[in-house]
Design a protein around this ligand. Structure first.
Ligand code: CA
Ligand code: CA
Ligand code: CA
Length: 230
């Protein structure tokens, strides 16, 4: 392959990296889960604690929770469990990616399906615990200003927490919040997680890096033209 072709191929790859960085969001949804207690995708390793993955649809929303014969209190939701302790679903990131948003379902205000308190979800991101708390049927709050909450479907208790400044995701765990002595309080299900790739090195180098790459291509093109004239 000539130097020109190599340079063109390199530049093409770099431009793809520039143009594609951040645009290729990766999503994993409840629909990706079958049975069993573990799931591996190119981007995530996921495990269920306290039982197996279990899906359900209620009130126009769908999600995957944890189910078992012995420990699960609420089918298709991540609940406080019986003697086996709280259920949870844990995601470990494969490779470098940034957290854009996550969505949960079946997190309801007081009174819905007999819930005592407003339900809360415990979300442990990179080892730090945050809470998503329902205030009423249209409002919920996230315990950190890093994320803002939107109501997707009040009938399904579905909420999305979006991160304005996506950060590197190593792990995220979905666990019941205010279950306490009542295992069916603070139960919910996972609906969706969206991440984006970490930008490539040329993006890190910024515009000067891109200009240097373009400059190199021009020099190679001139050399080639001069050689052709000999
Ligand atoms: Ca359950
Ligand atoms: Ca409940
Ligand atoms: Ca619930």
């Amino acid at each position: 392959m000539s130097k020109m072709k190599i340079a063109t191929a390199l530049l093409g790859g770099l431009l793809t990296s520039v143009c594609g960085g951040g645009a290729q969001a990766v999503q994993i949804t409840y629909a990706d889960f079958g049975g069993g207690s573990s799931l591996s995708t190119p981007n995530f390793n996921v495990t269920a604690t306290g039982g197996n993955f279990e899906q359900k649809t209620v009130g126009g929303s769908s999600g995957v929770g944890v189910g078992s014969e012995s420990n699960s209190v609420v089918a298709g939701e991540i609940d406080g469990g019986l003697q086996g302790g709280p259920e949870s679903i844990s995601f470990t990131a494969v490779g470098q990616q940034r957290l854009n948003s996550f969505t949960v379902a079946f997190l309801y205000p007081t009174g819905v399906f007999g819930d005592g308190p407003n339900e809360t979800a415990r979300i442990i991101i990179n080892g730090i615990t945050y809470t998503l708390t329902v205030e009423d049927s249209d409002t919920a709050t996230f315990s950190s200003g890093l994320g803002s909450v939107s109501s997707d479907n009040p009938g399904g208790g579905q909420w999305t927490v979006s991160f304005l400044n996506p950060f590197l995701l190593q792990s995220i765990v979905f666990a019941p919040g205010n279950g306490g002595p009542v295992a069916a309080d603070g139960d919910f299900a996972f609906n969706q997680l969206t991440t984006s790739p970490v930008p490539g090195p040329i993006v890190g180098a910024g515009l000067p890096g891109l200009m240097m790459a373009l400059g190199g291509l021009v020099v190679l093109a001139r050399r080639r033209r001069n050689q052709a004239c000999v």
